[in-house]
Design a protein around this ligand. Structure first.
Ligand SMILES: [Zn+2]
Length: 245
């Protein structure tokens, strides 16, 4: 299928605010928020995908910080996530909540015995602030995770305990090194969560944000088990536009 132009996508995005009639990933005309193909891309195999995030894989071959996801942040999935974050289309939010809940259920089967308590901790989202959209963002995702894990019989609860220090830099247009430096030490813990933590974020790029959150929680005396994200930036294929397999 021919890819829609940027101008075409912008027009459709504007029209969809009034009456959603296109897939948020590929622009296909349809009544729902995502076509079957784009949903399939979002709901790929749940697996550890931190290997391309330089901040999460130590140079000394120590254990990496585990991050589970079901999608790569590219092409249709990238457009769908951006549309969700900017426009908050209600049905699209449901798709994102379903995707992250499915990932968390798979991750926890690996991470923890069923009896373990889990605090589900959203990583504060810079994009919610940037686009000033009420609701949405990582808190909604974390709530979906907490509900899914509770439904699966775990003692899981939402623990919205992290804060981002004022003055943490906007990351758009900055290099990876600048991004890492800009995020160093910007996360605070408002109160210690009551159990080992599972972090929830929308997109994994360098891993600096997750690492900062883990360190902040560690200073507050809390263990972080790992993280779940909607999609992972494919480090080795940023310039090809292709989704790695
Ligand atoms: Zn589509």
């Amino acid at each position: 299928m021919a890819k829609p132009t940027a101008a075409g996508r912008a027009l459709r995005a504007a029209a969809d605010l009034v009456w959603p009639a296109h897939c948020a990933g590929c622009g296909l005309e349809l009544a729902g928020p995502l076509c079957a193909n784009c949903r399939e891309e979002l709901l790929g195999p749940v697996s550890r995908r931190e290997a391309g995030a330089p901040r999460l894989v130590p140079a000394d071959s120590g254990p990496a910080f585990p991050v589970w996801s079901s999608a790569w942040y590219a092409d249709e999935v990238r457009r769908a996530i951006v549309a969700w974050k900017r426009q908050g289309r209600g049905e699209l939010e449901l798709e994102m909540r379903r995707a992250i809940a499915r990932t968390a259920e798979a991750a926890v089967r690996v991470l923890a015995p069923v009896s373990l308590d889990i605090a589900v901790v959203p990583v504060p989202s810079r994009l919610v602030r940037r686009f000033s959209r009420p609701g949405g963002g990582t808190a909604e995702l974390a709530l979906a995770v907490a509900e899914a894990l509770s439904g699966a019989g775990l003692k899981a609860g939402l623990a919205d305990v992290l804060s981002r220090a004022a003055g943490s830099h906007e990351q758009a247009g900055r290099s990876l090194r600048q991004r890492a430096a800009g995020r160093e030490g910007t996360t605070g813990v408002r109160r210690p969560p009551p159990a080992p933590c599972l972090l929830v974020d929308d997109v994994l790029t360098t891993g600096a944000t997750l690492l900062d959150a883990e360190r902040a929680l560690g200073r507050a005396g809390c263990q972080t088990l790992g993280a779940v994200v909607l999609a992972v930036s494919p480090a080795g294929s940023r310039n090809t536009g292709r989704t790695p397999r």
